[in-house]
Design a protein around this ligand. Structure first.
Ligand SMILES: Cc1cc2nc3c(=O)[nH]c(=O)nc-3n(C[C@H](O)[C@H](O)[C@H](O)COP(=O)(O)OP(=O)(O)OC[C@H]3O[C@@H](n4cnc5c(N)ncnc54)[C@H](O)[C@@H]3O)c2cc1C
Length: 388
């Protein structure tokens, strides 16, 4: 068994680490100040400039096949890169990526949706959740009724990330009411100018999703993504792809924050001694590191399974459940170690505290991950002790 990265993988890791330190860390003060004053943390033009710089270093389309100009680094390197990028809270991502399910576009759709999304000219959003169907996504009610060669969409989507910014949505609607999620849901590519509206939802984080409203929105049949009535599986594929990446991001955030707490504990003196000398603080540091390391290997294992083209759904749920809870525990301890300073907006700790709370909710809540893990075990799809 070999736990080490290859020389090439280490080089990629170091390059991203350097990029984050050189280009993104210096922006952190501005991001905190801008957000405190109600502005976006970083301007879109600045993001594009950084994406251009990253592209010159080869970081463009890290999951995008070479035929579309991407670096296509694969799941393991995506894991490593995600951990590195998450060390900063500057809201930045490398360019050149598209949602995994957009690769189901036919040739004509590729020109209109996939390729412009990869190139950053168009912005997508994934619209599955509805006011009455979140965890229970199979219960979506949005209807699409056929009218000649078009479909008429009616209904509401909620909590849609990028829903207020996107110019097209991947919308999941019931096209066969009897079958519902069992072969009666279709995914449509719906341009904003076909008539849907959105409203921004304010959240406890520094960004918000949107509600999407569809009132007799007419969508041509040629905008069906994949197969008619084949949409539910696409939706599950989209959600499944992100789970282990959340665990990777949890590692990056928690490591950076823990290092801040370690540094602070050496300099903060109470009752004549640095707080680092107190067992109460040492145990918080030790427990945090143990939990971070556990998530690292769970996340890398899920990524490794994907790299081997093996089913990683069980491992992804474990990594997501552990990672999203771990990062919440760690940030809470880091805030505690910083005392009153941790609670201020001078430091990013309270920002992380608010941001990572979401990670226990989206892309499958804690309870849904537990449901999936226990169902796999109880039904015998996965056997205890057979991970290797
Ligand atoms: C900021 C944000 C961004 C999001 N982005 C997107 C997006 O881009 N696209 C999209 O489609 N959706 C998105 N979502 C929706 C997200 O996926 C759902 O919020 C999530 O799946 C939970 O659904 P819900 O909010 O309806 O909660 P519910 O499903 O109503 O759950 C409420 C509570 O009950 C628990 N629960 C539910 N069922 C069970 C059960 N069977 N057993 C035990 N406990 C249960 C849940 O775990 C939770 O604690 C986003 C949400 C947020 C907050």
């Amino acid at each position: 068994m070999d736990f080490s990265l290859t020389d090439e993988q280490k080089m990629v890791q170091q390059t991203v680490r350097d990029f984050v330190k050189r280009e993104l860390f210096p922006l952190e003060g501005d991001v905190l100040r801008n957000e405190r004053e109600g502005r976006p943390g970083i301007e879109p033009a600045k993001i594009r400039e950084l994406q251009r710089k990253a592209r010159e270093m080869g970081f463009w389309g890290i999951n995008t096949p070479e035929e579309y100009g991407g670096a296509n680094l694969g799941p393991l390197m995506t894991a490593v890169v995600s951990m590195e990028l998450a060390r900063t809270f500057v809201p930045f991502a490398f360019g050149g990526n598209a949602d995994n399910i957009l690769y189901y576009c036919n040739e004509e759709q590729k020109q209109r949706y996939l390729i412009p999304t990869i190139n950053g000219e168009r912005r997508s959003c994934f619209a599955l959740t509805e006011p009455g169907a979140g965890s229970d996504a199979a219960n979506i009610q949005m209807r699409a009724i056929q009218d000649g060669d078009d479909w008429i969409l009616n209904g509401e989507k909620v909590f849609i990330t990028n829903g207020n910014e996107a110019d097209f949505a991947m919308v999941f609607a019931v096209t066969d009411a009897e079958k519902g999620a069992h072969g009666g849901v279709t995914c449509f590519l719906v341009d904003r100018d076909m008539g849907w509206r959105s409203t921004y939802i304010h959240t406890m984080g520094e960004w918000g999703p949107a509600s999407l409203y569809f009132e007799n929105v007419r969508v041509p049949s040629k905008n069906i993504l994949g197969k008619l009535n084949g949409g539910f599986n696409l939706g599950m594929q989209w959600i499944g792809a992100g789970r282990w990446v959340i665990a990777c991001r949890a590692v990056g955030v928690a490591e950076r924050a823990l290092q801040m707490a370690i540094d602070y504990s050496h300099t903060r003196v109470t009752f004549g001694k640095p707080i680092a000398d107190r067992q109460a603080i040492q145990w918080m540091i030790a427990d945090s590191h143990v939990e971070i390391e556990a998530t690292r290997w769970l996340a890398l294992y899920a990524a490794w399974l994907a790299e081997q083209k093996q089913d990683n759904r069980h491992a992804s749920s474990i990594a997501k459940l552990h990672g999203s809870n771990m990062v919440n525990h760690v940030i809470d301890r880091v805030l505690q170690i910083h005392g009153g300073m941790g609670y201020t907006k001078e430091l990013p700790v309270e920002r992380w505290y608010r941001e990572v709370r979401l990670w226990r909710i989206f892309e499958g809540t804690d309870e849904i991950q537990r449901f999936i893990i226990s169902r796999n075990l109880l039904r015998g799809h996965v056997k205890v002790g057979e991970a290797l």
